[in-house]
Each structure stands twice: as structure tokens, then as C-alpha cells.
Design a protein around this ligand. Structure first.
Ligand code: C2O
Ligand code: CU
Length: 490
């Protein structure tokens, strides 16, 4: 399926003029998929696992011999994959070798607010920031990316993003594929533009933010993946700043979903497609047959396609992309058999809700009628109590709602129980137009009246526009004390 699009020039908020014709969907699949390296770490005398990340500028050849200016961690594009085990105490020494301040946020991680890497934890050029915390949550596919207020979209789009994988004993006991890069394969999906000669280009501007008309997977343009196992686990991350995907297989086989943002589902779910808005993750299983080639594609339904439209573009409802070609060896290692029950995820008991709050996202890119203010704490939450957050999308197009520090559960969508793919642990949820999502959340362990966490739209341009708010987690009766109007620099 190909369609033509009139691309508009660099990030001009819809003011740019049409610049070129490009095609969508005819990918050659002539390059092996790059696999981000596992981050090196060492364990200190006191038992802390220590990682380091260095945010730096560089050049990347998405096409051989054609350098593009990019940013990355410990390299020129994306970053290494951090891996840790539940119960480990970890520290990450984050050095900023860029010439402007940035931050690193641990998306999906339960940790103290001062370690969260939001817009209050700015790292100045030349400085090193060393957050540490104890991993205390289920095995999951998390990720990290910058969060500087007003500039998150551009920092992520330039290439600053990576995965943070958590394991635990329950997950290891299942016998899921776990050989990183072999049968347990990360797929960081991003959209971008390319000039005719293969230089990476800035985004087109749509309602959702910056959109590109081609994909990169782990930074590879046109990737294929050779597999020799009868069971392959793919960890999908939508690290795009604005684009939503509907991942599906080219031959129509069901997509076997086993995990969402915060960990495993109770049982696998067979789906036509897995829809991921920016920031969301999914783990899926593929059971290749010997010698086959099958293509992971993205196809969205008309209802879902809306936010991907580019202002002044003519790509209409065409929204399909080839993502990755999987090439199975002629002889495959036999697939292990998995237990039918993957996890136990009892729901929160709504009778325990202590506080109900309402969040309305509107067309001015505001929440509850306010744009983000770094000096204002919007909500004060009592630690270790159950909260109900009713999140309403009061616009004609989808958004993507993310809450820091927790994995939450979706209790209802427009009053109905969520479908199985949305019934597990989530930290980011795609909000359909004019729909209302009832979330149940418990903010545990870390009360700190002086440091707020964020909630926001994960369409990063919307976040930059102010579609974000702050909440402090406090002991019963405490008040938030964060009053400064400017971020801490460290
Ligand atoms: Cu992935 Cu507040 O962000
Ligand atoms: Cu939004």
C-alpha cells in the first residue's frame, strides 16, 4: 500500500509551504535491524548497581555515507538498554555533554520524585546528575528520555531515548524468550523524514505535533530481523513524539499480546492489531514457521488515524507503514511451552478509593483550564491511598495521558470495562476523542512535599505547549511546599 503525501518544511507550526513529494509504505528491508547495546554496569561495595549515561551530539548515517546531525546517549543516536532486577538498588550517573540543559526521565518507574528526571531535575551542560533508587515493581519494558520543560519534543526527536528493562523472579520462572537481541528483541519505533539523498529531516507539523513519513526501528531505516527460534518476544516502544501506530502482521495472523506498559497480562490476548500511542509499550510473541518472511506493519482504523494527519497534507486516510521484516531460518529451535497464566493482576477495589479527581484535556492544550506552571502544584495526593482519576478528552482528536511514578489500572472507558489489552498495568493510555477514562492509582512509598511528579499528554509537542500538570505525594495532612517558579539546576 503506497500513498503520496505533500510534506511541509521544517517545524513551522503549519506555516511552512509544501516542499516535496514522498511515498509512504514501500520499504526495501535491506538492512539488519540494529540492536541497542546492553548498558554496562558494575556493582558497588554497598551493593548498588551503577550505570552511566552520557547525552551527546554526533552524526548518524541512516544512509551509508550521508551523515545527519543527531543526539544520543553514549553514542550518536538512541541509548543503551539498561537492565535491572526487582529488588536491586540502582544509580545512574547522567552526564550532559550537550551544549544546552536537558533531563533524563525514567518513564514507568516507581521512584522518589527527586529522582524522576522531570523538568525540575535539569542537568546543566558539563554536569552529572546521579539519581538512585530501589527497583520495586513488576518485570516490565520501561524507557528513558529527556523531559526539559518546553523542549521535550525536540530532545527526543533528535535521538535521546532508550529502554530500561526490568526482570523479576515470577517473570523469569515463566520461561519466556529472554536472550536479548536474539529471541527477546527490542523494537523502538520512531517516525522521521528523509531528504531524497537520505539525510534525516525535521518533522512535518500536524495537530499531534511533529510527524515524519518514514519509520526508524532502533534507528535502522528499512530493517529486517533474522530469527532462528520458534518463539520470539518483541518489545515494542512507541518512541515517536506524536504518531500513533496499529501494529499488525502482513499475513493477518493475530498479534499475540503478553504485556503492556507496566508488566505482563494475566494471559495472552490475540488481537488484530496493537494500538500504541506515543510513550506506550507492548510485548508480543511471534511464532514463526521455518523459512517464512512476515512483515510487521502499522495500520490504523479511520477512527484512530485522526491525530496522525499532517496539516496541509493530502495523505487523507492512508496510514499504513511497513515496520520490520522478520526472516525465519529454515530450521527453528522448538518453541517452549508457556503456562496459560502469565501473571496475577487483581484489580484495585473501587470501594477503597479515598479521593476522586477529574482531568479535562482541551483544545487549548490545557488540563482543567490551566497550562503547565513549574511553580504551581496542581494536585496533592496522600501517599499509600487509592485514587480515582477521571480523565476526559474534550477534543476531536486523540491524546495520550501519562502519569509519573505509578502503574495504574483502567477501571472503565466511557463507563464500560476496558478490553483485555487495556486491563493490565499501564502508565500511559491513548485517549479516544470525547471519551472518559476512569483510572485507579495508588502512589506508594515516597512522600515528598517539596518535589512534584508530572502528569501530561505524551504527544510531546502538546506537553511542550503546557498540556501537563504537577502533583505532590505527601504524608496525611502534609501540604506541598514546592513554590519556586524556576527549575532546579544541578
Ligand atoms: Cu515519557 Cu513525563 O514522560
Ligand atoms: Cu495531547
Amino acid at each position: 500500500a503506497t500513498a503520496t503525501a505533500v510534506a511541509v518544511g521544517l517545524s513551522g507550526c503549519g506555516l511552512a509551504v509544501p516542499a516535496q513529494i514522498s511515498t509512504i509504505g514501500d520499504v526495501a528491508f535491506d538492512r539488519p535491524l540494529a540492536i541497542p547495546p546492553i548498558a554496562e554496569s558494575h556493582v558497588d561495595a554497598d551493593g548498588t548497581r551503577v550505570f552511566s549515561l552520557d547525552a551527546q551530539a554526533g552524526t548518524t548515517e541512516f544512509e551509508p555515507g550521508v551523515p545527519s546531525e543527531t543526539w544520543g546517549f553514549d553514542g550518536s543516536y538512541l541509548g543503551p538498554t539498561l537492565v535491572a532486577e526487582r529488588g536491586e538498588h540502582v544509580r545512574v550517573d547522567v552526564t550532559n555533554s550537550l551544549d544546552e540543559p536537558t533531563t533524563v526521565h525514567w518513564h514507568g518507574m516507581h521512584l522518589p520524585a527527586a529522582m524522576d528526571g522531570g523538568p525540575h531535575q535539569m542537568v546543566d551542560p558539563g554536569a552529572t546528575w546521579s539519581p538512585e533508587w530501589t527497583i520495586d515493581q513488576r518485570a516490565a519494558t520501561l524507557w528513558y528520555h529527556p523531559h526539559p520543560h518546553g523542549a521535550t519534543e525536540s530532545h527526543v526527536r533528535r535521538g535521546l531515548a532508550g529502554l530500561f528493562l526490568l526482570h523479576d523472579a515470577d517473570e523469569r520462572a515463566l520461561g519466556l524468550p529472554s536472550e536479548y537481541g536474539v529471541d527477546d528483541v527490542p523494537l523502538i519505533v520512531q517516525d522521521t523524514g528523509f531528504s531524497a539523498d537520505g539525510r534525516r529531516e525535521g518533522p512535518q507539523r500536524g495537530y499531534a505535533g511533529g510527524l515524519g513519513d518514514e519509520l526508524l526501528v532502533n534507528g535502522t531505516r528499512g530493517p529486517y530481523l533474522e530469527v532462528s527460534d520458534g518463539l520470539v518476544r518483541l518489545r515494542l516502544l512507541n518512541a515517536s513524539t506524536a504518531r500513533t501506530y496499529g501494529f499488525t502482521w502482513s499475513d493477518g495472523r493475530p498479534v499475540e499480546l503478553i504485556a503492556t506498559d507496566g508488566g505482563l497480562l494475566e494471559a495472552s490476548v490475540a488481537l488484530d492489531r496493537v494500538v500504541l500511542s506515543p510513550g506506550e509499550r507492548a510485548e508480543v510473541l511471534l511464532r514463526p514457521t521455518p523459512g517464512e518472511r512476515v512483515v510487521l506493519r502499522s495500520e490504523l482504523t479511520a477512527e484512530a488515524v485522526g491525530s496522525n494527519r499532517v496539516i496541509a497534507a493530502t495523505n487523507g486516510d492512508a496510514d499504513s507503514f511497513d515496520v520490520l521484516e522478520v526472516r525465519a531460518a529454515d530450521v527453528l529451535d522448538p518453541a517452549p511451552s508457556l503456562p496459560a497464566q502469565l501473571a496475577s493482576n487483581p484489580p484495585f477495589d473501587p470501594a477503597e478509593v479515598a479521593t476522586t479527581r477529574r482531568f479535562v484535556l482541551d483544545d487549548s492544550f490545557e488540563i482543567n483550564g490551566h497550562a503547565m506552571d513549574l511553580g504551581r502544584v496542581d494536585e496533592t495526593v496522600t501517599v499509600d491511598t487509592l485514587e480515582r482519576w477521571v480523565v476526559e478528552n474534550d477534543t476531536d482528536l486523540p491524546h495520550s495521558f501519562h502519569v509519573h511514578d505509578v502503574q495504574f489500572r483502567i477501571a472503565t472507558i466511557d463507563g464500560a470495562a476496558p478490553p483485555p489489552e487495556l486491563a493490565g498495568w499501564k502508565d500511559t493510555v491513548r485517549l479516544r476523542p470525547h471519551a472518559e477514562y476512569e483510572l485507579l492509582l495508588r502512589f506508594e512509598d515516597y512522600a515528598d512535599p517539596a518535589h512534584p511528579y508530572m502528569y501530561h499528554c505524551h504527544l510531546l509537542w502538546h506537553e511542550d505547549q503546557g498540556m501537563m500538570g504537577q502533583f505532590a505525594v505527601v504524608e496525611p495532612g502534609q501540604r506541598a511546599t514546592m513554590t519556586e517558579g524556576t527549575p532546579h539546576h544541578g
